[in-house]
Design a protein around this ligand. Structure first.
Ligand SMILES: [Ca+2]
Length: 131
């Protein structure tokens, strides 16, 4: 129940902050952030090392392992679940996005998840596993 409430708050916040989503620094890097992908950055505000994924990542590259600070979910059809351990162990956060509602989280620190994630994957159902 607690996790579902976080999701609702993420959706509201994301639609609010998306007005300022495309900063000058992140625009070029986000060019590869195409429909259906989850995009992540090592720094806040879509800066630093960048990765875009269309499928699950059981082991993040060293440049992003426990370094992700901002994320974008664009036109995903499912929820992306983030884990505090490799190989999808210990789910701690998830975000949902639709074609009409891209989600930008400029800074994971306020959510208590900065530099935490070690693996992540899309879930086919619109629910998040219990942490
Ligand atoms: Ca970071």
């Amino acid at each position: 129940m607690k996790l579902r409430k976080v999701l609702a708050n993420v959706a509201v916040t994301a639609s609010f902050v998306s007005l300022a989503a495309v900063g000058a620094a992140g625009t070029a890097q986000a060019a590869g952030c195409t429909s259906g992908r989850l995009c992540v950055w090592s720094d806040s505000d879509m800066n630093g090392t960048y990765g875009a994924y269309a499928a699950g990542v059981p082991v993040l590259p060293a440049s992003l392992d426990r370094k992700i600070s901002s994320v974008k979910a664009w036109q995903n059809v499912s929820y992306w679940v983030f884990y505090a351990e490799q190989n999808y162990v210990r789910p701690v956060f998830c975000i949902g996005a639709s074609a009409s509602n891209p989600i930008y989280l400029h800074d994971l620190a306020p959510w208590g998840h900065n530099d935490q994630f070690r693996s992540m994957r899309p879930m086919s159902v619109a629910t998040c596993p219990a942490p």
